[in-house]
Design a protein around this ligand. Structure first.
Ligand code: SAM
Ligand code: SF4
Length: 326
């Protein structure tokens, strides 16, 4: 089975947020005081998340990314991941994490059947890292990354949200990391989420990121895989690792979008920037898997062709990425 939207895009990738809670407070993701937490009964149970995943896979989803908030802070996450990994028809189970708990949990994640990790790492300097994450300890993340490599994960994807005047002086440092390690470093254009009027000052366009690397190194185009979605990949000539840029703001990101999202509260969204989304709780309450599958198909059919955030005159409604699962 395939999920094809009205623009002919094949939707085969589900991003599943399992919690809105987090052990960090990244400046680009949530306000300093955090966001109002969902009540325990508003967060979907693992049972419901599993039912959504099973029906999504039956309808045509091939890859699931578990995200959050910080997925590793939710109790019971390893057992849940093992159950997702066992879904018949699922080709890829991956996880996005800030890496703080990775040192302790890497082996468990591997044993549960997680195939690859995306680790958010926005600075290689302890002070900048602490400033962006509002108190995070860089060394803990670096130790976690090493441990995950040691237990046998394939080369990690490292996500870097680039912000002008904050960490854009480290673009080359991150690029050079791929000369030493086989990581896939992906630069993400900063997206407005917390209602900041000045977001355009912070966003460094993907073309500029690439140009800064190309001025220093010879770069070669690299491929993308069937389910990799909108990242544009390339590498420094001879580097074991690769580079990618996610031009969420300036690029043709939407044309290649293959994603569906479900928030921790059970709201399905065809687009990250879709305001309200569709609450899956009522259909979950019926207990009917067929209705759930039909609802997923309807959401895919209604997926917008593109987001309008960058359009002149369009104001973004503030939202916390930790709620939606970035
Ligand atoms: N806590 C995990 C982490 O940080 O990797 C998973 C959830 S986090 C919301 C998922 C991704 O969203 C991270 O890679 C983060 O960098 C990205 N993200 C959050 N806010 C963003 C923003 N305003 N612009 C671009 N990316 C953002
Ligand atoms: Fe937490 Fe990830 Fe958001 Fe940072 S980006 S506050 S680690 S959910």
């Amino acid at each position: 089975m395939s999920l094809i939207d009205t623009y002919g895009r094949r939707i085969n990738y589900l991003r599943l947020s399992v919690t809105d809670r987090c052990n960090l407070r990244c400046s680009y993701c949530m306000p300093e005081e955090g966001v109002e937490k969902l009540g325990h009964c508003d967060v979907l149970s693992y049972e419901d998340l599993l039912r959504i995943s099973a029906e999504a896979v039956a309808a045509g989803i091939e890859k699931i990314r578990v995200t959050g908030g910080e997925p590793l802070v939710r109790k019971g996450i390893l057992d849940f991941l093992a159950r997702i990994a066992a879904l018949p028809g699922l080709k890829e189970l991956v996880l996005t994490t800030n890496g703080l708990l990775l040192k302790e949990m890497a082996q468990g994640l591997k044993d549960a059947g997680v195939q690859r990790l995306n680790i958010s790492l926005d600075s290689l300097k302890p002070e900048t890292f602490a400033a962006i994450t509002r108190g995070g300890e860089l060394q803990r993340v670096l130790d976690g990354i090493d441990e995950a490599e040691r237990v046998g994960f394939p080369p990690h994807k490292i996500n870097v949200v680039v912000m002008r005047g904050v960490n854009d002086d480290e673009i080359l440092d991150f690029a050079e990391l791929t000369l030493k390690r086989p990581y896939a470093v992906r630069f993400i254009e900063y997206m407005p989420t917390c209602g900041d009027a000045d977001w355009r000052d912070l966003t460094v366009p993907g073309a500029e990121i690439r140009e800064r690397i190309a001025q220093r190194y010879t770069i070669e185009e690299g491929g993308s895989t069937e389910r990799s979605g909108p990242a544009r990949n390339f590498r420094i000539k001879g580097a074991p690792g690769s580079l990618g840029i996610i031009t969420a703001m300036t690029g043709h990101f939407c044309e290649g979008c293959n994603r569906l999202r479900v928030t921790a509260a059970g709201v399905a969204k065809g687009c990250l920037f879709s305001g309200s989304g569709v609450d899956l709780k009522p259909v979950l309450a019926t207990g009917d898997p067929e209705l759930l599958r039909q609802e997923i198909q309807r959401i895919v059919a209604a997926k917008p062709g593109r987001h309008e955030v960058t359009d002149e005159g369009v104001e973004t409604k503030p939202f916390a990425m930790s709620r939606v699962g970035g």
